[in-house]
Design a protein around this ligand. Sequence first.
Ligand code: ADP
Ligand code: MG
Length: 352
Amino acid sequence: MSIRINQINKRFKDFVAVDNVSLNLPEGQLTALLGPSGSGKTTLLRIIAGLEQADSGSIEFHGEDQTHQHVSERGVGFVFQHYALFKHMTVFENVAYGLTVKPRKLRPSKEAIRKKVMDLLELVQLDWTAHRFPSQLSGGQRQRIALARALAVEPKVLLLDEPFGALDAKVRAELRSWLRRLHDEIHVTSVFVTHDQEEALEVADRIVVMNHGRVEQEGTPEEVYDHPANPFVYQFLGKVNLFHARVDQGQTRIGELQLETPHLSDAAQQDGLAYIRPHEIELRADNSAGDGLHAVIENVTVIGHTVRVELKADAAPNPITAELPKQQFRALGLLQGDEAWIKPLNSKVFLK
Ligand code: ADP
Ligand code: MG
């Protein structure tokens, strides 16, 4: 089921929670709604589900208008941050629940339900927990059961609202790659809400970056990470360094360094900022090539096989962070307090 979101608006009193959002979410893909807290992600998800009415706009599933369909008629499955498993039911009963409450005519036979539940428990790799109660499972296991329960009714659309938000970092990371693999197996059209850029980059086929109820950018993880459309997306998707830039008809200079910036070819003389990610900086111990920016090393931190170097650069308003493989840094022979030269490998300039 593809999902089409047409000009959705939603206010709470004077507060605009969703601001004219239009999106096409392709069939079978896992789309992440990514944005800071309060950016309208949950509200938009609830509108897709039919749990919340939009003030205006429409929602279509596979070309069919759902705007006035009740939540129970939309065929959506949910998983929320706080596991909503029934405490007094076993894992088996929890997963079977959506099937057992179907009207008699639509309800599968007892045997069919048993098979379906066991297949799903196998899919989430928890078949051995069938007779346990939720209190006997870890947080990560409960979320996998919640997912199995959501899938039991064969939803057309799966909606996940920060499903791993309450778990600790290690379990989250495990469940992320697990969800990615699971989605590759089942291919149900899914929308995944998160405020965690790493989670979105790892799990999603497409990312929709939201801020203040609006869509800032949408695209594949590569597109939004490598080609952020604006400063907000740049900063939200990862650490970034800023350098003073001077733009003049498509030519841009950071300090003495010339950059090609064809996207700014119309801009008259103007100040801008160049955005450069920590791994897009090459460090040099001298400036014999003549294309480096002068800096002084303030701090060096080894993090596993990566080195994080903090520098004070003449052309930058704030301290700069460079990240490079440990071997590469060691080969430069640079130490804290040394002069170094920064060569940007990739950058994007935005006008001030
Ligand atoms: P997110 O999921 O991105 O954190 P939400 O969609 O939950 O954002 O909320 C967006 C904004 O709308 C928040 O500032 C929140 O306070 C407000 N909001 C959400 N639901 C309600 C509600 N039922 N009544 C009033 N304000 C709400
Ligand atoms: Mg939310």
